[in-house]
Write a new protein. Structure first.
Length: 255
Protein backbone atom coordinates (compact mmCIF):
# COMPACT_ATOMS: atom_id res chain seq x y z
CA UNK A 1 0.00 0.00 0.00
CA UNK A 2 1.15 3.53 -0.70
CA UNK A 3 0.09 7.07 0.15
CA UNK A 4 1.49 9.78 -2.09
CA UNK A 5 1.23 13.42 -1.00
CA UNK A 6 -2.08 12.75 0.74
CA UNK A 7 -4.04 15.38 2.61
CA UNK A 8 -7.27 14.44 4.38
CA UNK A 9 -9.50 15.67 7.15
CA UNK A 10 -12.98 16.49 8.35
CA UNK A 11 -15.09 19.52 7.50
CA UNK A 12 -12.81 22.43 6.71
CA UNK A 13 -9.91 21.05 8.75
CA UNK A 14 -7.02 19.07 7.29
CA UNK A 15 -5.67 16.44 9.69
CA UNK A 16 -3.16 14.81 7.33
CA UNK A 17 -0.93 17.09 5.29
CA UNK A 18 1.08 15.92 2.28
CA UNK A 19 1.78 12.46 3.69
CA UNK A 20 3.83 10.08 1.57
CA UNK A 21 4.27 6.58 2.94
CA UNK A 22 4.96 3.13 1.50
CA UNK A 23 4.04 -0.08 3.32
CA UNK A 24 5.70 -3.29 2.17
CA UNK A 25 4.69 -6.89 2.86
CA UNK A 26 6.50 -8.79 5.58
CA UNK A 27 6.85 -6.16 8.30
CA UNK A 28 5.07 -4.86 11.39
CA UNK A 29 4.99 -1.05 11.36
CA UNK A 30 4.12 0.97 14.47
CA UNK A 31 2.42 4.35 14.00
CA UNK A 32 3.24 6.79 16.80
CA UNK A 33 2.16 10.32 17.61
CA UNK A 34 0.35 12.49 20.13
CA UNK A 35 -3.44 12.57 20.36
CA UNK A 36 -4.75 14.37 17.29
CA UNK A 37 -1.60 13.76 15.25
CA UNK A 38 -3.63 12.01 12.54
CA UNK A 39 -3.01 8.32 13.25
CA UNK A 40 -6.66 7.24 13.05
CA UNK A 41 -7.23 9.43 10.01
CA UNK A 42 -4.28 7.86 8.22
CA UNK A 43 -5.60 4.35 8.93
CA UNK A 44 -9.07 5.31 7.69
CA UNK A 45 -7.65 6.70 4.45
CA UNK A 46 -5.68 3.51 3.85
CA UNK A 47 -8.77 1.42 4.62
CA UNK A 48 -10.84 3.39 2.13
CA UNK A 49 -13.17 4.70 4.84
CA UNK A 50 -12.14 8.32 4.32
CA UNK A 51 -11.35 9.81 0.94
CA UNK A 52 -8.14 11.77 0.51
CA UNK A 53 -8.66 15.41 -0.48
CA UNK A 54 -5.43 15.48 -2.45
CA UNK A 55 -2.85 12.90 -3.42
CA UNK A 56 -3.31 9.23 -4.16
CA UNK A 57 -3.76 5.91 -2.32
CA UNK A 58 -2.80 2.68 -4.06
CA UNK A 59 -3.16 -1.00 -3.23
CA UNK A 60 -0.82 -3.28 -5.14
CA UNK A 61 -0.14 -0.47 -7.58
CA UNK A 62 -3.85 0.15 -8.32
CA UNK A 63 -5.76 3.22 -7.14
CA UNK A 64 -7.68 2.15 -4.06
CA UNK A 65 -10.92 3.68 -5.36
CA UNK A 66 -10.64 1.45 -8.46
CA UNK A 67 -10.47 -1.76 -6.41
CA UNK A 68 -13.95 -3.34 -6.12
CA UNK A 69 -15.25 -3.09 -2.56
CA UNK A 70 -15.55 -6.83 -2.08
CA UNK A 71 -11.98 -7.37 -3.26
CA UNK A 72 -10.77 -4.58 -0.98
CA UNK A 73 -12.61 -6.16 1.95
CA UNK A 74 -10.78 -9.44 1.30
CA UNK A 75 -7.39 -7.79 0.99
CA UNK A 76 -7.61 -5.20 3.79
CA UNK A 77 -8.48 -5.92 7.41
CA UNK A 78 -9.33 -2.92 9.62
CA UNK A 79 -9.64 -2.77 13.40
CA UNK A 80 -11.31 0.47 14.57
CA UNK A 81 -10.54 2.17 17.83
CA UNK A 82 -13.12 1.23 20.45
CA UNK A 83 -16.26 -0.85 19.98
CA UNK A 84 -19.28 -1.24 22.23
CA UNK A 85 -21.73 -3.97 21.16
CA UNK A 86 -25.36 -2.83 21.18
CA UNK A 87 -26.97 -6.27 21.11
CA UNK A 88 -26.07 -9.82 22.16
CA UNK A 89 -23.43 -11.52 20.02
CA UNK A 90 -21.31 -14.59 20.57
CA UNK A 91 -17.59 -14.02 20.25
CA UNK A 92 -17.38 -16.76 17.61
CA UNK A 93 -20.09 -15.07 15.54
CA UNK A 94 -18.23 -11.76 15.76
CA UNK A 95 -15.04 -13.40 14.50
CA UNK A 96 -16.94 -15.10 11.67
CA UNK A 97 -17.88 -11.65 10.37
CA UNK A 98 -14.26 -11.38 9.28
CA UNK A 99 -14.85 -14.27 6.87
CA UNK A 100 -17.77 -12.63 5.04
CA UNK A 101 -15.72 -11.26 2.11
CA UNK A 102 -14.45 -14.80 1.46
CA UNK A 103 -17.91 -16.37 1.26
CA UNK A 104 -20.46 -16.31 -1.51
CA UNK A 105 -23.03 -13.57 -1.03
CA UNK A 106 -25.68 -14.49 1.55
CA UNK A 107 -23.94 -17.85 2.21
CA UNK A 108 -23.79 -19.19 5.76
CA UNK A 109 -20.36 -19.83 7.31
CA UNK A 110 -18.92 -23.17 6.23
CA UNK A 111 -16.51 -25.53 8.00
CA UNK A 112 -13.47 -23.68 6.63
CA UNK A 113 -14.82 -20.39 7.98
CA UNK A 114 -15.48 -21.82 11.42
CA UNK A 115 -12.04 -23.44 11.50
CA UNK A 116 -10.35 -20.14 10.57
CA UNK A 117 -12.33 -18.28 13.23
CA UNK A 118 -11.43 -20.78 15.93
CA UNK A 119 -7.75 -20.71 14.91
CA UNK A 120 -7.72 -16.93 15.20
CA UNK A 121 -9.30 -17.06 18.67
CA UNK A 122 -6.76 -19.68 19.74
CA UNK A 123 -3.90 -17.60 18.37
CA UNK A 124 -4.93 -14.68 20.56
CA UNK A 125 -5.61 -16.77 23.68
CA UNK A 126 -9.35 -16.15 23.36
CA UNK A 127 -10.66 -19.61 22.42
CA UNK A 128 -12.21 -19.98 25.86
CA UNK A 129 -14.48 -17.00 25.09
CA UNK A 130 -15.92 -18.40 21.84
CA UNK A 131 -19.42 -18.89 23.27
CA UNK A 132 -19.41 -15.79 25.47
CA UNK A 133 -21.47 -12.65 24.81
CA UNK A 134 -19.32 -9.71 23.72
CA UNK A 135 -21.26 -7.43 26.06
CA UNK A 136 -20.23 -9.48 29.10
CA UNK A 137 -16.49 -9.43 28.43
CA UNK A 138 -13.81 -7.21 29.87
CA UNK A 139 -12.32 -4.61 27.55
CA UNK A 140 -9.18 -6.67 27.03
CA UNK A 141 -11.08 -9.88 26.28
CA UNK A 142 -13.29 -8.11 23.77
CA UNK A 143 -10.29 -6.45 22.12
CA UNK A 144 -8.66 -9.83 21.47
CA UNK A 145 -11.89 -11.16 19.97
CA UNK A 146 -12.19 -8.15 17.66
CA UNK A 147 -8.59 -8.55 16.56
CA UNK A 148 -9.30 -12.25 15.94
CA UNK A 149 -12.04 -11.10 13.52
CA UNK A 150 -9.37 -9.35 11.45
CA UNK A 151 -6.96 -12.31 11.58
CA UNK A 152 -9.69 -14.78 10.59
CA UNK A 153 -10.24 -12.91 7.34
CA UNK A 154 -6.62 -13.59 6.35
CA UNK A 155 -6.12 -10.17 4.72
CA UNK A 156 -2.86 -9.23 3.07
CA UNK A 157 -2.89 -5.82 4.79
CA UNK A 158 -3.95 -5.25 8.39
CA UNK A 159 -4.69 -1.72 9.62
CA UNK A 160 -5.08 -1.75 13.38
CA UNK A 161 -6.05 1.24 15.52
CA UNK A 162 -4.60 0.69 19.00
CA UNK A 163 -4.91 -3.12 18.93
CA UNK A 164 -3.42 -3.51 22.43
CA UNK A 165 -5.72 -1.04 24.18
CA UNK A 166 -6.88 -2.51 27.53
CA UNK A 167 -4.51 -5.48 27.26
CA UNK A 168 -2.28 -6.70 30.07
CA UNK A 169 1.47 -7.22 29.42
CA UNK A 170 1.16 -10.94 28.65
CA UNK A 171 -1.57 -10.43 26.09
CA UNK A 172 0.29 -7.53 24.47
CA UNK A 173 3.08 -10.02 23.84
CA UNK A 174 0.54 -12.57 22.52
CA UNK A 175 -0.77 -9.97 20.06
CA UNK A 176 2.70 -8.89 18.94
CA UNK A 177 3.70 -12.51 18.38
CA UNK A 178 0.56 -13.14 16.30
CA UNK A 179 1.15 -10.04 14.19
CA UNK A 180 4.80 -10.86 13.61
CA UNK A 181 3.75 -14.36 12.54
CA UNK A 182 1.32 -12.90 9.98
CA UNK A 183 3.98 -10.49 8.73
CA UNK A 184 6.47 -13.35 8.34
CA UNK A 185 3.87 -15.07 6.15
CA UNK A 186 3.79 -12.01 3.87
CA UNK A 187 1.18 -9.69 5.37
CA UNK A 188 1.54 -5.94 5.77
CA UNK A 189 0.76 -4.78 9.33
CA UNK A 190 0.31 -1.13 10.32
CA UNK A 191 -0.80 -0.41 13.87
CA UNK A 192 -1.22 2.72 15.92
CA UNK A 193 -0.14 2.67 19.53
CA UNK A 194 0.79 4.87 22.47
CA UNK A 195 2.77 2.04 24.10
CA UNK A 196 6.42 2.62 23.32
CA UNK A 197 7.56 -0.76 24.60
CA UNK A 198 5.09 -2.40 22.22
CA UNK A 199 6.24 -0.20 19.33
CA UNK A 200 9.85 -1.19 20.08
CA UNK A 201 8.92 -4.77 19.17
CA UNK A 202 7.85 -3.75 15.66
CA UNK A 203 10.12 -3.84 12.61
CA UNK A 204 9.60 -0.24 11.57
CA UNK A 205 8.00 2.90 12.95
CA UNK A 206 6.29 5.96 11.51
CA UNK A 207 6.34 9.09 13.66
CA UNK A 208 3.42 11.40 12.90
CA UNK A 209 3.40 14.98 14.18
CA UNK A 210 0.79 17.57 13.30
CA UNK A 211 -0.48 15.46 10.42
CA UNK A 212 2.96 15.13 8.82
CA UNK A 213 5.54 12.35 8.85
CA UNK A 214 8.35 13.39 11.19
CA UNK A 215 10.37 10.22 10.59
CA UNK A 216 9.96 6.73 9.12
CA UNK A 217 12.27 3.73 9.19
CA UNK A 218 13.58 0.84 11.28
CA UNK A 219 12.79 1.17 14.99
CA UNK A 220 16.51 1.50 15.80
CA UNK A 221 16.61 4.58 13.55
CA UNK A 222 13.29 6.19 14.54
CA UNK A 223 12.79 5.40 18.23
CA UNK A 224 15.71 7.57 19.23
CA UNK A 225 15.93 10.06 22.09
CA UNK A 226 16.03 13.18 19.87
CA UNK A 227 13.10 12.10 17.69
CA UNK A 228 10.92 10.89 20.57
CA UNK A 229 11.64 14.06 22.54
CA UNK A 230 10.53 16.12 19.55
CA UNK A 231 7.49 13.94 18.88
CA UNK A 232 6.06 13.95 22.40
CA UNK A 233 7.59 17.12 23.87
CA UNK A 234 9.18 15.25 26.77
CA UNK A 235 12.72 14.33 27.69
CA UNK A 236 13.33 10.85 26.26
CA UNK A 237 16.15 8.44 26.99
CA UNK A 238 16.80 5.31 24.95
CA UNK A 239 18.92 2.36 26.04
CA UNK A 240 19.63 -0.35 23.45
CA UNK A 241 19.16 -3.91 24.70
CA UNK A 242 21.67 -6.63 23.71
CA UNK A 243 19.58 -7.50 20.63
CA UNK A 244 19.37 -3.84 19.63
CA UNK A 245 15.75 -3.34 20.70
CA UNK A 246 15.38 0.14 22.20
CA UNK A 247 14.36 0.43 25.85
CA UNK A 248 12.65 3.80 26.22
CA UNK A 249 12.21 6.04 29.25
CA UNK A 250 10.24 9.30 29.14
CA UNK A 251 10.85 12.09 31.62
CA UNK A 252 9.58 15.58 32.25
CA UNK A 253 8.03 17.80 29.57
CA UNK A 254 10.53 19.82 27.53
CA UNK A 255 10.27 23.51 28.30
Amino acid sequence: MRLSEVSAGYGARDVLRDVTLSLSPGSVVALLGENGAGKTTLLKVLAGLLQARTGSVTLGGRPLEAVPRREAARRIGYLPQGFEPLFPMRALDAVLLGRMPRRARFAAPGPLDVAAARRALEELDAAQHAEADLREMSGGERQRVLLARVLAGEPEAMLLDEPTASLDPRHRLVVLTALRRRAAAGATVLLSTHELEFAAGADRAVLLAGGRVLAEGAVKETLTAPLLSELFGVAARVFPLPDGTPLISLGRPVE
